[in-house]
Design a protein around this ligand. Structure first.
Ligand code: ADP
Ligand code: MG
Length: 383
């Protein structure tokens, strides 16, 4: 879907040309799962798949929102009445961005928006953040707000947390706003400092497969809230602001001070996962891409056994990929469905994808969607 086509669709819908077209990508997290709400470390990359937003300003306080994925005409909202938080479905994501901008004192006076996205929705690949960041960047440019990439990310998170009501961390929006081609983003979610770490798979003759299981189990939302609560309980019991502050060298003694077995395992996941992120970065910076394979496998085991956020489909995908020759594989995203990643040699990619599909067919699951995650650019203006 080209920017010109998105622009033409806008013109057809609203009868005038847009002032521009902006794109923001979905993301996949290489490693660092359920660490972002523990002030920890994550390592996402941007996908080639993007949400594209054609946008024009309005001066009359009206916000019109349309997505090619949603049947019917645009949703119309009055900016004066954005508060109060009734459920606005998908429109809550872009409307939440406008709300967050106005809350922060930015003079956004209305807009017409048309969105087309190639990011699979609900697959743990952050179609929601792509929507938010494309909208936020467009409005920042058009209204001359000059917001930094990090400010865009924070606005997107605020929109999703407070306006839509999804308690996500800061990873998804930061990845969509800040990632660069050929890199993973090493993000410290407390300091909000980041570093681009080289991840040039093509040059190394490798691929990162994304395996979208196309399932999302119903317990996901409740389980996410429960995991957050357990982590907070663990931090409180250990007397630290967040689990990020538990040093891996002190893990044994920290675990010994936790009475509750469940909290103990949750804490162990977060602390060892932060350590795995650091080790992954060290190996990538040393140019040893293949050497991160075992870390991915360990990360999956920790998500499955200690944090208990995997599911049969994710375990099957990871297991089948490993048996077919993947160097490492793990669930990615919040879990209970969504996607897994598998690091493979280029020549093994087809075989691994087939093996996963076959395992799913044998188990009676729906066919998974498998594609290569080329580390791509973050949000940008296209037209
Ligand atoms: P993820 O971000 O992992 O894809 P979420 O549940 O966080 O999953 O966000 C998915 C939601 O985002 C969808 O249910 C929908 O409301 C909204 N969304 C994402 N992409 C689009 C789109 N192209 N058009 C309309 N809504 C979208
Ligand atoms: Mg999301």
């Amino acid at each position: 879907m080209t920017a010109e086509r998105v622009s033409a669709a806008f013109r057809e819908l609203y009868g005038t040309a847009p002032e521009g077209v902006w794109a923001a990508p979905g993301r996949v997290n290489l490693i660092g799962e359920h660490t972002d709400y523990n002030d920890g470390f994550v390592l996402p990359l941007a996908l080639p798949q993007t949400a594209r937003a054609a946008v024009a300003r309005r001066a009359d306080g009206l916000l019109r929102l349309h997505s090619s994925d949603v049947p019917g005409g645009p949703v119309e909202l009055s900016l004066d009445r954005l508060g109060g938080r009734p459920d606005r479905g998908w429109a809550g994501y872009p409307a939440g961005v406008v709300w967050a901008l106005r809350e922060a004192g930015h003079p956004v006076t209305g807009a017409d928006v048309h969105i087309e996205s190639t990011v699979p929705t609900g697959a743990g690949l952050s179609s929601s953040a792509a929507l938010e960041i494309a909208t936020a960047l467009a409005l920042s440019d058009l209204f001359g707000l000059g917001l930094s990439r990090l400010e865009l990310a924070r606005l997107g998170q605020r929109a999703e947390n407070t306006f839509v009501g999804v308690p996500c961390g800061i990873m998804d929006q930061t990845a969509s706003a800040c990632c660069t081609r050929g890199h993973v983003l090493h993000l410290d979610t407390r300091e909000l400092t980041s570093r681009q770490v080289p991840f040039d798979l093509a040059a190394a003759g490798m691929r990162l497969l994304v395996i979208d299981t196309r399932v999302r189990h119903a317990l996901a939302d409740g389980a996410y809230a429960a995991r957050r609560a357990s982590c907070e309980e663990g931090a409180r019991a250990l007397g630290v602001p967040a689990l990020r502050d538990v040093d891996s060298a002190e893990l044994r003694s920290a675990l010994g001070r936790l009475a509750d077995g469940t909290v103990r395992r949750r804490v162990r996941h977060v602390v060892t996962e932060n350590q795995r992120v650091a080790e992954t970065v060290a190996r990538l910076e040393a140019g040893a891409i293949r050497a991160i394979g075992p870390l991915l496998n360990e990360g999956h085991a920790s998500c499955r056994d200690d944090f208990e956020v995997s599911c049969p489909e994710l375990d099957l995908a990871v297991g089948a990929a490993g048996r077919a020759g993947a160097l490492g594989a793990r669930m990615t995203g919040a879990g209970f469905g969504g996607s897994a990643v598998a690091l493979v040699e280029e020549e093994d990619a087809g075989r691994v994808a087939e093996a996963v599909a076959e395992a799913f067919a044998t188990a009676g699951h729906r066919e998974p969607r498998v594609f290569s995650a080329v580390p791509s650019a973050g949000a940008r203006r296209l037209l």
